[in-house]
Design a protein around this ligand. Structure first.
Ligand code: SFD
Ligand code: AMP
Length: 639
């Protein structure tokens, strides 16, 4: 039996290893069982419990991608515009043509989907019309969304093939074959066990990156963010360290959210038709409309790009006309009035009560903390507006952002230079990704992430079938790997008695302190909330130096227990994701995403020179980064 400091080493052989238990992983677990023969071994490893792990943990109140009558090409057009023109239409259309099937499965598995009057008993599959909050979004009663999706995945794959509460630390390359993944290594956060996996193919779907930047919620609010705190950039860091090419890591997502609780705004803007104003009641989307003309064509579309909507909002904050207010009061009162006119006072009263319940449920389904803020601050949304605030930046490839890994596209849609044989494979042989992991194709959301997991696992299976004779040979000794993983524990055990206050010790730094230091650097130098999202080359070069010092000190991180060991490793991943972001930002000599960040040395969009992908790659042997341009292609005519 292992003990703290002396873990057991467990070695496991599998054909396919799925890292993560979120939307993409659940899609993959379900789909693989429809295709594989019984001799193909599949194992899924999640750092948490699948029922509530990842971004959908708290549930959601809308599914943001359901195409219905619309065409994948229309979807690709919308995604490209929202992400300022630089997306992979091949990947987006591929998700677009598969996503509705995932949503129909969710309904079959028990997820309640709102229907139009008269269609309540008709499933989507049988032509039931959903209630659309927007052109692409449909409303759900989704508190148990993740539980439902995870249950189906578990049932398909079988619990004997699933490990929960095992954190994967790094990928291992093959000792004999160049640029080929051979396995991964991780540790249990419940038992003193190190796991070494040998695999033929790996699907790395460990979500996006949160808490790289100092969050607005500090002190008593620490732990609240919009995206899931437990997704720490593992996907980007582990793939990059193995030599996989990254793309668009300069992209970030800064969502406008309800202040302090981080409640999402989509339902308010789209379903309740609320407007956001400055403190004078002026609608900045109208009063600042002229600013959109600086960014053709993205500002001129019927729905201007998300970053540009932020850009118009931020002007009000900078010029002292804040706070920004979501006029929930005006919206709900207007809806109440229209009910009275249409249905008369008695029926209207019932409908208004229902409407108010929906307003609360929007948050209770996916962001309970926001309902807590309303209750704690005596906010009745039908009477009083709520503050909105742009949040700290997040890295993600599935919501309204597009940073991630460069992957092989579908053969029938992608130009030849974007296809290297296996859909969803990264530039490392045998290593696949999906959802938040895939760059240059945002707006997949929960449903598209599930669908893309299903697409990617088929690529994995094809790879395995084509490489049946493969015998992984790891370039690292398991004992040496175990030493490396448990280094923060050793540091703690060796030095803990040197001082009386356990957190103050010249020989080590706690993960919490190190995280605060990373967040301070990113916030103050790399365009976080502290500098109102602005930076310049000088500041970013300073940040590069500061990150190198931070990396040296990170070797002194300590861990008092297995949970803190996980915090330590999350930090290693976060630093790496943050550095990739910074290097990409430095490389791109323009401000592609005004409202997400401003490089004040180049505060403009330069379509002529920078409508291209920025990709980067690390040499896994030397650690050297190279960053370079990759030509962009529009595959669907824009307009
Ligand atoms: O309201 C390791 N999302 C929304 N999608 C929608 O369709 N509708 C909405 O309403 C959405 N909104 C929303 C959303 C997310 C959040 C947090 C809120 C509101 C508050 C987005 C989707 O949720 C998102 O696009 C997908 O979930 C992304 O899927 P995926 O598979 O890329 O990531 P994941 O689900 O977070 O799962 C990650 C998994 O990895 C595990 N993990 N496991 C092992 N080792 C490691 N090192 C690991 N690191 C992470 C995690 O435990 C998890 O299982 S709204 O704002 O628009
Ligand atoms: P959010 O709650 O901000 O994550 O948004 C949920 C969905 O609504 C996403 O598909 C967004 O792109 C979309 N959305 C949010 N706000 C707006 C808006 N003001 N106009 C159009 N679409 C929006």
């Amino acid at each position: 039996m292992g003990s703290f400091g002396n873990p057991d080493i467990v070695e496991i052989d599998t054909d396919i290893l799925i890292i993560g238990g979120g939307m993409a992983a659940c899609g993959a677990a379900y789909e693989i069982m429809r295709w594989k023969s019984p001799d193909i071994r599949v194992r899924l490893v999640d750092k948490a419990a699948m029922e509530r792990s990842g971004a959908v943990a708290q549930g959601l109140s809308a599914i943001n991608t359901y195409l219905g009558e619309q065409k994948p090409a229309d979807y690709a057009r919308m995604v490209a515009n929202d992400l300022m023109g630089i997306t992979r239409d091949d990947l987006v259309m591929d998700v677009g043509r598969h996503v509705d099937n995932s949503v129909q499965l969710f309904e079959e598995w028990g997820l309640p989907i709102w229907k139009q009057p008269g269609d309540e008993d008709k499933s989507l599959k049988d032509g039931g019309k959903p209630v659309r909050s927007g052109k692409w979004q449909i409303m759900i009663n989704g508190e148990s969304y993740k539980t439902i999706v995870a249950e189906a995945a578990k049932k398909a794959l079988g619990m004997e093939n699933i490990q929960e509460r095992v954190f994967i630390v790094k990928l291992i390359l093959d000792a004999k074959e160049d640029n080929r993944v051979a396995g991964a290594v991780g540790f249990s956060n419940r038992e003193d066990k190190i796991y070494v996996y040998r695999a033929n193919a790996i699907l790395l779907v460990a979500g996006g990156a949160v808490n790289v930047f100092r969050p607005r919620s500090v002190g008593e609010g620490m732990g609240r963010t919009w995206y899931p705190v437990w997704n720490a950039g593992s996907t980007y860091a582990m793939a990059a360290q193995a030599g996989a090419e990254l793309t668009m890591m300069e992209n970030r997502f800064v969502p406008a959210r309800f202040k302090d609780g981080y409640g999402p705004v989509g339902a308010w803007f789209l379903l309740f038709k609320a407007q956001a104003t400055n403190n004078r009641g002026e609608i900045y989307m109208h009063s600042n409309k002229e600013m959109l003309k600086d960014y053709p064509p993205y500002g001129l579309a019927a729905v201007p790009a998300t970053c540009l909507r932020n850009h118009l909002m931020m002007r009000e904050m900078r010029e002292g006309r804040g706070p920004i207010l979501m006029r929930t009061d005006i919206a709900l009162q207007a809806l109440a009035k229209s009910y009275e006119e249409e249905f008369g006072p008695k029926e209207a009263k019932k409908k208004i009560k229902h409407l108010e319940a929906e307003a609360w449920e929007d948050f209770l389904d996916m962001c309970i903390g926001q309902a807590g803020v309303w209750a704690g601050e005596n906010i009745e949304p039908e009477k009083k507006p709520s503050e909105l605030m742009p949040t700290e930046p997040y890295f993600l490839g599935s919501h309204s952002g597009c940073c991630g890994i460069w992957v092989s596209g579908p053969e029938d849609l992608a130009p030849p230079e974007w296809v290297w044989g296996y859909r969803s494979m990264t530039t490392v042989n045998g290593l696949f990704t999906a959802a938040d992991g895939v760059g240059a194709s945002g707006h997949k959301f929960s449903s598209g992430s599930h669908a893309e997991g299903r697409i990617a696992i088929k690529g994995c299976l094809k790879w395995v079938l084509d490489h049946k004779g493969y015998k992984p040979s790891m370039d690292r000794d398991p004992k040496q790997l175990a030493e490396e993983i448990y280094a923060p524990v050793r540091t703690y055990l060796q030095h803990k008695d040197y001082s009386t206050a356990v957190e103050v010790n010249p020989h080590y730094i706690t993960p919490r302190m190190l995280q605060a230091r990373l967040q301070k650097i990113m916030d103050e130098y790399v365009a976080g909330v502290g500098s109102m999202y602005t930076t310049n080359e000088y500041m970013m070069n300073m940040a590069v130096d500061k990150l190198q010092e931070l990396k040296k000190d990170s070797e002194k991180m300590m861990a008092r227990d297995l949970h803190e060991l996980m915090r330590a490793w999350e930090n290693y991943h976060r630093i790496f994701a943050g550095e990739a972001h910074l290097r990409h930002m430095l490389f791109r000599k323009e401000t592609r995403y005004p409202g997400f960040y401003y490089n004040m040395d180049y505060n403009f969009v330069d379509e002529e020179n920078w409508k291209c992908f920025v990709n980067s790659k690390i040499n896994p042997k030397t650690g050297e980064w190279t960053t370079f341009k990759v030509p962009h292609k529009d595959l669907v005519p824009k307009g």
